[in-house]
Design a binder for this molecule. Structure first.
Ligand code: BGC
Length: 453
């Protein structure tokens, strides 16, 4: 099934409820960030020693029963715009050990996952030791299998209480986030290899550049979402209610940037050795025609975050496709192959965005998400091979890329689109929760084992 922007529009307010666009060591401090080895000959197919090869998930998309999160609430509204609720999802909350073992058995050496704030602090100021212990067990499971764990502290979803207090529109939000970072790091920090405060905090700005075919001229995904918020507040009888993607763009970036800075300081106050950064949704923007607003988009969406990331230990690059910018974003070429998300199948986008992020930030790059939604796993194989050829070209030209983390480890809950899009290296039977690795998993695993294309 192909989902396109039209379907997205028809789902209306669901847009407001959280959508991943993709459009995702134990040393000391920035200087001690473990460097991938250098010296792979440019003409060989090998990658640097200690290159991170992994797969990613996000808590809400795989754990199941994340009942204290804002997303759970929105999924269960009478006129929810989510196609279906997350429910048990992949029951990763209970089956994490099996999933981590599968990932390691494939030959990968890194696992990126998120810890869920709504579980760790289900009521304001109440921290659950039992839930923190859960994430400690996950980290232990990674170390037992010699996997490098990369932990995201906030991957879209928020505790309900935080959403009811205005989420990132609330001036108190950055301090609340920093407190959560500190408490979590105190419990988990000795086992965390890399920390990302936020997943794709640039997404709400990116939405301004996504045009919907059926909207009046000048409308975009961001204005559509803003229009939904009033209805949501009414439905919930919650005048302050907000969320990651429906926040007021005049207030949220500033608060999220402050939250990143304070969160990073909180993490480092517990263990300065942890390399900290954030991950950005970066589309491979390409100017089209004489009046392209390409430069305007770059300045608006990415520049503020690149500037912030200059002070970080790494930048997480998350890329899925390209975007052609004329006076507005134009659709993919007529004959272009589309993925299940409606995007153009365009694996070369990754090479381009790695170059951009590296040039603009000057810090090491980790590809923290890259992948394709498709029922046809042979297309995933081609996508991976072409994307990795691009990563290799970057490395050969001296760009400091430390790892490639594929999105996603398992077929999972793709936000408003429910379980339809298939991003996984591993299929999941929704009835039995049985896992079945796809051929693409074996192919990526083999590349990882050989550390070579
Ligand atoms: C998000 C993921 C999402 C993926 C695919 C990324 O933007 O971080 O949560 O599932 O894209 O759409």
């Amino acid at each position: 099934m192909t989902l396109n922007r039209r379907e997205l529009l028809q789902k209306g307010a669901q847009i407001a409820l959280g959508i991943g666009m993709g459009s995702g060591l134990l040393a000391a401090g920035r200087t001690e960030l473990i460097a991938a080895g250098t010296g792979s000959p440019a003409d060989s197919k090998s990658f640097p020693a200690r290159f991170l090869w992994g797969a990613a998930t996000a808590a809400h998309q795989v754990e199941g029963n994340n009942i204290n999160s804002d997303a759970w609430l929105l999924e269960h509204l009478p006129k929810s715009m989510y196609r279906e609720p997350s429910g048990d999802a992949c029951d990763h909350y209970h089956l994490y050990e099996q999933d981590i073992n599968l990932l390691a058995d494939l030959g990968l050496n890194a696992y990126r996952f998120s810890i869920e704030w709504a579980r760790i602090e289900p009521e304001k100021g109440y921290f659950s030791r039992a839930e923190l212990d859960h994430y400690r067990r996950m980290l232990d499971a990674c170390h037992r299998r010699a996997l490098t764990p990369l932990v995201t502290y906030s991957h879209f979803t928020l505790p309900r209480w935080f959403a009811f207090q205005g989420a990132w529109e609330n001036p108190e939000s950055s301090d609340l986030f920093a407190r959560y970072c500190e408490r979590s790091t105190k419990h988990l920090g000795d086992l965390i290899a890399y920390a990302a405060t936020f997943n794709e905090p640039d997404l709400s700005s990116l939405f301004h550049w996504i045009n919907l075919p059926d909207l009046p001229a000048g409308s975009d995904l961001a204005s559509t979402m803003a229009a939904q918020k009033a209805g949501l507040r009414q439905a919930l009888n919650a005048p302050e209610f907000s969320g990651f993607l429906i926040g007021d763009a005049r207030k949220t970036p500033e608060n999220i940037m402050a939250a990143h800075t304070k969160g990073k300081a909180a993490i480092k106050s517990v263990r300065s050795a942890i390399p900290v950064g954030l991950t950005l949704a970066i589309e491979d923007d390409q100017p089209a025609g004489p009046n392209s607003r390409f430069a305007e988009k770059q300045a608006e969406v990415y520049s503020p975050w690149f500037k912030l990331a200059k002070n970080d230990d790494f930048i997480g690059v998350q890329t899925y496709s390209r975007s052609r910018i004329a006076d507005k974003t134009i659709p993919p070429p007529e004959n272009a192959e589309r993925t299940q998300m409606g995007y153009e199948f365009y694996p070369e986008s990754l090479e381009h965005t790695i170059r951009l992020a590296s040039k603009e930030t000057g810090v090491p790059v980790i590809v923290t998400e890259n992948g394709v939604a498709t029922e046809n796993d042979a297309r995933r194989v081609e996508y991976i091979q072409r994307a990795l050829a691009g990563v290799k070209r970057c490395l050969d030209q001296g760009i400091d890329v430390r790892g490639y983390i594929h999105w996603s480890l398992v077929d999972n809950f793709e936000w408003i689109f429910g379980f339809v899009p298939k991003f996984g290296l591993i299929a999941v039977d929704r009835e039995t929760q049985k896992r079945t690795p796809k051929p693409s998993a074996a192919i990526l695993g083999k590349i990882a084992r050989n550390n070579s294309l």
